[in-house]
Ligand binder design. Structure first.
Ligand SMILES: [Zn+2]
Length: 362
């Protein structure tokens, strides 16, 4: 199982592509090349691979690395499915589309955001009507203080705690992580225009005529939020929608809904979910498969440190602090423990098989 987990983007991509080559039944494959090179000079790409009938009415899409550094789990699940199941489990009139490394730059450089600081999962808004997030405005300097030292952090943390006490947990979380469009170096920044990944996805959906499909299941694999080694099935479709009812029927009662407050995730702006929901109204079921790795508090703190670091000039920077921040980030999003990795593969394959079975009932 652990053989599916790689040490970096370049290796993860290679293992995935090698397995694709060894798999029968690949009917279409394109590598959308990113304009930049990776951390070690490697090519960056979103690799799209289609298994089965290109005209299938039913389709399962599995996405990895929407949040760059979180891509190890999704990439491992994609490779594991190709290795262990291949075409054997594809029902009639059903195809699978693997999207490997939605945000290849972030995967390679071990950041959650892309090269423009964009959180891809806040980028799917209408840029003619950019939403505002007044809470983030108030908290921006406390979230990313000018210096990463104990006394500055103590002042910043007090400001955050005061806001949290005054407005309550949910509004605090929405202010911090709901999405913001004003601070490019800040947390959960949605950008000022569609990202490279969004334009690739839009083109791909048009080229493959995805809007014409009868039923599409999408599984987007993430890490970093929720209980350790548990893959939470988060459904951001509106309450009582067809998407929610499909999710509950296919994946069971474990499905959580941010809009109802039953998830570790709060409602957010600009999710990639909304792209699919708009493209396929009443014909898709999007879930975020979110594997827990540590506490939410740790998540916020490693992200704050990473964003602080990204805004610093490298000259004169404390190298020990730099390495600690980068290691803490990687440890949070990609636990090295074999038991965690095994749990990821088992649950990932289970959810894929449930989606394929569920599509047959539509
Ligand atoms: Zn994520």
């Amino acid at each position: 199982m652990s053989g599916f987990f790689s040490t970096d983007y370049k290796a993860a991509r290679q293992v995935f592509l090698n397995q694709v080559q060894a798999t029968k039944g690949i009917t279409w494959q394109v590598s959308f090349k990113h304009p930049l090179l990776g951390k070690t000079g490697e090519e960056l790409a979103l690799d799209a691979v289609w298994l089965g009938d290109l005209n299938a009415a039913k389709l399962l899409i599995v996405q990895s690395a929407t949040h760059g550094i979180e891509g190890f789990a999704g990439s491992a699940i994609q490779t594991a499915w190709l290795t262990e199941a291949g075409l054997k489990q594809l029902p009639e009139d059903t195809a699978i589309l693997f999207l490997h490394a939605m945000n290849p730059w972030g995967f390679s450089f071990l950041r959650r955001v892309d090269e423009a600081g964009i959180d891809l999962n806040r980028n799917f808004i209408d840029f003619a009507a950019v939403p505002d997030n007044k809470g983030y405005e108030v908290l921006s300097n406390a979230l990313i203080p000018s210096a990463w030292q104990a006394e500055d952090l103590a002042v910043a943390d007090k400001k955050l705690a005061d806001y949290r006490a005054a407005w309550g947990e949910r509004l605090y979380e929405e202010a911090v992580s709901g999405g913001q469009y004003t601070h490019p170096q800040g947390l959960f920044y949605g950008g000022k225009e569609p990202s490279w990944s969004r334009s690739v996805l839009t083109q791909l959906a048009t080229d493959l005529q995805l809007a014409e499909r009868k039923a599409v299941a999408i599984i987007d694999v993430h890490t970093g939020l929720g209980d350790y080694s548990v893959g939470e099935v988060i459904c951001d479709h509106p309450p009582n929608s067809l998407g929610v009812s499909w999710a509950k029927r296919w994946y069971g009662a474990a499905v959580t809904e941010p809009f109802l407050g039953t998830s570790s995730s709060v409602p957010k702006l600009g999710l990639i979910d909304y792209f699919w929901q708009t493209l396929l109204p009443d014909a898709c079921c999007f879930i975020t498969l979110e594997f827990g790795t540590g506490s939410t508090e740790n998540l916020f703190n490693v992200l704050r440190a990473d964003h602080w670091l990204a805004g610093q000039a490298t000259e004169g920077l404390d190298k020990t602090l730099q390495q600690k921040i980068q290691q803490d980030l990687l440890t949070h999003f990609y636990p090295a423990e074999k038991a965690w990795q095994q749990a990821v593969i088992e649950q990932g394959l289970l959810r894929i098989n449930q989606a394929l079975e569920g599509l047959q009932q539509v």
